[in-house]
Design a protein around this ligand. Structure first.
Ligand code: SAM
Ligand code: SF4
Length: 458
């Protein structure tokens, strides 16, 4: 049987897309390969968000070129596909730079992958960078129940693709196209199939997920809050999350959903990017630092225990030391449970890349270190504050050691539970007993549910 290997770079949207491409190639008769070396078809699902991410693809393609040559010498041919945002941004240039590549396919064209692969295997290299999201979602195959089960207890569902915000630093509006919301009925069907297959947590994803405005089964336009309410009503659902949100689209009904829908987890990833109004304006974020603060207050008023996370960019063109310190101050005031922070990376074709006053690399490095040290201290403080709390944990899989289970708290903290008999997909109540750098430790609170051997040991 032919085998396929898919390597995913970048964001959750790519993780989801890789799953859908796996379903497409499975229908075409490809089994999953454990490594690229073992595969007749290799797909790199690429990320273009920062220069480093894009360059990684070319170094991987160098490795794959050698591998393809070696396999060919032993009579085994390899088809190499570059998918994702680098494919969209660079198109045919990829085949020019890396001639071992057979197919280049952008995120709007994955449903045409089988034809492109067939053509490539008949020696016709193909590039497809059309934006056909409507057709794509209508024609991509459904995963089989067995494939869903192999994905564990938590799954992403794309509800919205593309972005019309045009932040001045960002390539997404160019690589993912204009904002498009999927019809709510199709999303609910997909969620239902996942829940039937054993998924218990659904994360609704989109580049601008809270800008969702899809057609509902009732013919009206549904907001994200309305969609979440409908997902919460599906049999088998235990947890709902959504990401990534834009501050401008954080509507009242979505804030209220955090108070009213128990399955909606108390966690919000809301990228703030910077703390200086001048920089936010130059970024074309269309919110000020104070508007961001007030928004966080509204969310905390609705759901006081909400855990917050953010993305930050340091060293945006023209950022002064004082402006960077405003970012530090904003982050410190809010106290994020988790965060992602990046050095500004000029992206060809975006307005910020043409600003003359680029911040020198050493200054960016130094700012990133300071911001990350502070964000990490806040994350650890958030985790330490969990010790002693009784929390619900969604069990995901057995832990590394016997008698251990891995799962997540409502606040997206990784937790290792000892002394409990439970299956993946169950939500159990535990007491948090300690912290490690990247996870929490917990023990059961209900004596009746404890695993027998460990009850004896206690
Ligand atoms: N749509 C989301 C939003 O509105 O923030 C996030 C999109 S992007 C995939 C994820 C993060 O990458 C952004 O929030 C931003 O912090 C970062 N990012 C985007 N472009 C960047 C660039 N040119 N340089 C550095 N970081 C960048
Ligand atoms: Fe990029 Fe801004 Fe759109 Fe987010 S909102 S995807 S950062 S342009």
């Amino acid at each position: 049987m032919k085998k396929a290997f898919i390597k995913s770079y970048g964001c959750q949207m790519n993780v989801y897309d890789s799953g859908r491409m796996a379903d497409v190639v499975a229908e075409g008769g490809y089994a999953e390969a454990a490594s690229a070396e073992d595969a007749d078809l290799v797909i790199l699902n690429t990320c273009h968000i920062r220069e480093k991410a894009a360059e990684k693809v070319y170094s991987e393609l160098g490795r794959l070129r050698d591998m393809k040559r070696e396999r060919s010498a032993t009579g085994r041919e390899t088809t190499i596909v570059v998918a994702g945002c680098v494919a969209q941004a660079e198109g045919r240039e990829i085949i020019r730079r890396a001639p071992a590549v057979d197919v280049v396919v952008g995120p709007g064209s994955y449903h045409r992958l089988p034809g492109l692969i067939r053509d490539a295997q008949a020696s016709r290299k193909g590039v497809d960078a059309e934006f056909d999201q409507v057709e794509k979602f209508a024609t991509l195959p459904r995963p089989s129940a067995a494939r869903i089960r192999s994905r564990g207890v938590s799954a992403f569902v794309t509800v919205q693709e593309g972005c019309d915000k045009f932040c001045s630093f960002c390539v997404v509006p160019y690589t993912r196209g204009a904002e498009l919301s999927r019809p709510a009925g199709a999303i609910l069907d997909e969620a239902r199939a996942l829940l039937d297959g054993g998924i218990r947590e659904v994360t609704l994803i989109g580049q601008n997920v809270n800008g969702y405005h899809g057609e509902g089964p009732d013919g009206r336009t549904w907001s994200l809050a309305r969609l979440i309410e409908a997902v919460a009503g599906l049999p088998g659902i235990r947890r709902i999350r959504y990401t990534t949100s834009h501050p401008r689209d954080m509507s009242d009904d979505l804030v209220l959903a955090h108070a009213e829908i128990p399955a909606l987890m108390p966690y919000l990833h809301l990228p703030g990017q910077a703390g200086s109004d001048r920089i936010l304006k130059a970024m074309n974020r269309r919110h000020t630092a104070d508007e961001y603060r007030r928004l966080i207050e509204r969310v905390r008023a609705a759901r006081p225990d909400v855990a917050l996370s953010s993305d930050f960019i340091v060293g945006f063109p023209g950022e002064t030391e004082a402006e960077f310190e405003e970012t530090l101050r904003l982050a410190a005031e809010i106290g994020f449970a988790a965060s992602f922070s990046f050095k500004y990376s000029p992206r060809p074709g975006t307005p910020a890349a043409d600003i003359a006053e680029q911040v020198p690399e050493p200054a960016k490095d130094e700012r990133l270190q300071r911001l990350q040290a502070q964000l990490e201290a806040d994350r650890q403080a958030f985790n330490r504050a969990s010790v002693g709390q009784v929390l619900d944990v969604l069990i995901e899989k057995p832990g590394r050691h016997p008698g251990q289970l891995n799962g997540k708290t409502p606040y997206l903290q990784q937790v290792q539970v000892t002394g409990l008999a439970a299956e993946p997909g169950e939500v159990v109540t535990v007491r948090i007993t300690g912290t490690a750098p990247n996870s929490l430790f917990a023990e059961p609170v209900e004596a009746g549910r404890a695993a027998p051997a460990l009850v004896e040991a206690a």
